[in-house]
Design a protein around this ligand. Structure first.
Ligand SMILES: NC(=O)c1ccc[n+]([C@@H]2O[C@H](COP(=O)([O-])OP(=O)(O)OC[C@H]3O[C@@H](n4cnc5c(N)ncnc54)[C@H](OP(=O)(O)O)[C@@H]3O)[C@@H](O)[C@H]2O)c1
Length: 312
């Protein structure tokens, strides 16, 4: 094992998309409670390009391998790890917000942060899911306390997080209003939204119980006008010092999701995925060698669903 090497997309420092380059690194060894995963596909999230640019999570040393979402098969188990057998298909978002090294042929992960891939899901589809399912679930059912019959506003409803929020909220019996560009209107309706409006029309929405804020800044405060008394705006962009105070002035509540690894949530989503009630959208699949092109496309901000690296 210790002499084996693997292909990985690395960065030698923070910078633009073309900072990403493919190199050969030693295959990592699983520590106690960890498994070695042969990565079949790695999902690309907004936090990946933010981290590459130096605006995301901290990178302790370079060269660094980015990426958190992995789908693959267990290749070896470390001491004390016995939850999975070699060959089992697994997926997850290990270690976040510490680095997980997903953009590589092999990654090591704590076994308790991985879940079995639901039957019928290919690695590329599975890799599109962990971070956005965990974020959506923790936002809607954790912080948001969503119940059937409530009205939910989802800005960026065609995006990675948005397209899962729409499906989970609609499946839970909520009435979903999404915002999207014209090209994504029918797509968002097909996810279960009742209504789709242009991004800049949120000010016309009223009486929402739960609004998701994927933008932060002034957008959080704009969304306070959209929620009804007692409703909540859950931001994905960090809690500002004034959020709670200004929300109280609106008789609303302020929430903040900072996504955490949670295999139990992925297991609870499995029946939805197996039955097709929850479907990942993958706009485009790139080979590892084109990780830079994938980042360049993603950071333009108009991807439908997720971009995925194929490492098979
Ligand atoms: N705090 C956390 O735990 C957490 C977890 C995950 C993500 N996030 C953050 O949440 C944000 C969304 O993540 P993501 O993965 O969904 O990103 P993404 O997939 O890159 O988002 C792309 C989407 O943004 C939409 N968009 C473009 N302009 C917009 C506007 N003015 N208003 C609203 N939507 C607009 C696009 O819609 P059209 O193409 O239809 O215009 C596109 O569908 C990112 O900032 C990410 O860092 C935070």
């Amino acid at each position: 094992m210790e002499h084996r090497t693997m292909r990985a997309a690395v960065i030698d420092g923070h910078g633009p998309a073309d900072t990403l380059r493919v190199d050969r690194l030693p295959v990592p060894e699983p520590g106690p409670g960890e498994v070695l995963v042969r990565v079949g596909a790695a999902g690309i999230n907004a936090i990946d390009w933010a981290t590459r640019a130096g605006q995301g999570v901290g990178v302790p040393s370079f060269p660094a391998v980015l990426g958190w979402d992995i789908a693959g098969t267990v290749a070896a188990a470390g001491p004390g790890a016995g939850r999975f057998a070699v060959g089992d298909p697994v997926y997850g978002m290990p270690r976040f917000p510490a680095l997980a090294g997903a953009y590589a042929e092999y990654a090591v992960a704590p076994e308790h942060e991985l879940a079995p891939i639901p039957a019928g899901l290919e690695p590329v589809a599975a890799a599109a899911l962990p971070m956005v399912v965990l974020t959506a679930w923790q936002t809607l059912f954790g912080i948001g306390g969503l119940s059937a019959g409530q009205r939910v506003l989802v800005p960026g409803a065609a995006g990675g997080v948005g397209h899962i929020v729409v499906q989970l909220a609609a499946d839970a019996g909520a009435e979903v209003i999404g915002t999207a560009s014209a090209r994504n209107r029918d797509f968002v309706l097909s996810l279960g939204a009742k209504e789709v409006i242009a991004h800049d029309m949120v000010r016309d929405v009223k009486d929402v119980d739960l609004a998701v804020d994927p933008m932060g800044g002034a957008e959080f405060f704009r969304l306070l006008d959209v929620v009804r008394p007692g409703g909540i705006v859950v931001t994905l962009k960090g809690e500002g010092p004034d959020h709670r105070r200004v929300a109280e002035q609106h008789k609303a509540r302020a929430g903040f999701t900072y996504v955490q690894p949670d295999a139990a949530v992925l297991e609870r989503a499995a029946p939805l995925l197996a039955s097709g009630r929850l479907r990942p959208a993958v706009e485009r699949v790139f080979p590892l060698e084109e990780a830079a092109q994938a980042h360049a496309l993603g950071e333009q901000g108009h991807v439908r669903g997720r971009l995925v690296l194929d490492l098979s």
